[in-house]
Design a protein around this ligand. Structure first.
Ligand SMILES: [Zn+2]
Length: 304
């Protein structure tokens, strides 16, 4: 039992912006989900759900199934994935951080809150929306033409695909330990490649709320190395970085619309199992295949 608990503590990295997600490598996540005795939807992405969550489970299962088959054809990545859509009590039984999204790779499981708009991410997005005021932000929202609450719902659903992205980055792609900030960047890259082909409105909404956060939240640090180091303890600044990653991913995708970026990463020396690259070294390598990414990072770190 003690060994189990220790493994849980080590392997579930709980994040704090205020804690939207956790990355787990352990084998226990699926077992914990299954031990709840919940009903499930069968199919290529078996989906467990808390009572009364069946409609949301069906909707998310459809989307994740679509994403999985997209990644299979686009990135030639295939392995079973289980989804769990949980209320607060069930979520607390599975994850150390109640109402966090959770991505686990051995076996692959993504755990999603059934009511994400009650959670801390939605709160930060609302706060940032109230605080952000710049012509760029106003322009993004007037172009978007939907209410903030509607956009937040779109974004919280899109974040599920970011979690699916982690299961590839940390699993089959073998890029788990390159650098924490780059892990997040790649998970969003994966999500955006899917959304570009299925739901571009979700990208527009995600970028609009990202602009809010970039402009409306004052970060405690702007340094990517500090993101790697403090990860779990960054509070709202975690969301500030993630928002910059979303905008950076958008720029990468615009620049290289049809390129297989993951294949190119290997060409830049990021092979399976690459570990702990410094931000400087990583950006040097990335800039060879994605010119401009280094400049993006320098701008992020330098600030206005
Ligand atoms: Zn993430």
């Amino acid at each position: 039992m003690i060994r189990k608990l220790a493994a849980l503590l080590i392997t579930q990295i709980v994040l704090g912006w205020p804690v939207p997600e956790a990355l787990a490598q352990d084998e226990g996540t699926l077992a914990r989900v299954q031990s709840l005795g919940l009903e499930s939807l069968p199919g290529p992405v078996p989906t467990y759900y808390s009572p009364e969550m069946r409609p949301r489970a069906e909707a998310l299962q459809r989307r994740v199934r679509d994403a999985v088959s997209f990644f299979e054809s686009r990135h030639k990545l295939s392995s079973p994935l289980t989804l769990a859509v949980l209320n607060e009590a069930h979520s607390a039984a599975v994850s150390q951080q109640p109402y966090a999204m959770l991505a686990s790779v051995a076996p692959r499981v993504v755990v999603v809150p059934a009511f994400p708009d009650r959670g801390p991410v939605a709160q930060v997005l609302r706060k940032a929306h109230g605080a952000a005021s710049s012509p760029e932000v106003r322009q993004a929202w007037s172009r978007l033409g939907v209410s903030h609450e509607a956009a937040v719902r779109q974004v919280l659903d899109a974040m599920v695909i970011h979690e699916v992205g982690h299961t590839y980055v940390n699993g089959a792609l073998g890029f788990r330990d390159v650098a924490r900030w780059f892990n997040e960047f790649m998970a969003t890259y994966i999500a955006y490649t899917f959304l570009r082909s299925r739901d571009t409105a979700a990208i527009s909404a995600w970028n609009a709320v990202s602009l809010d956060v970039v402009h409306g939240i004052t970060p405690s640090t702007r340094r990517l190395d500090e993101f790697n180091r403090l990860y779990t303890g960054l509070g709202e600044t975690y969301g500030w970085f993630q928002s910059h990653f979303n905008l950076g991913v958008t720029a990468v995708l615009e620049q290289r619309q049809n390129a297989d970026w993951f294949a190119e990463l290997r060409g830049a020396g990021l092979v399976t199992g690459t570990r702990s690259l410094t931000t400087l070294e990583l950006l040097d390598r990335l800039d060879r295949i994605t010119p401009g990414l280094k400049q993006w990072a320098e701008k992020l770190e330098a600030g206005p």
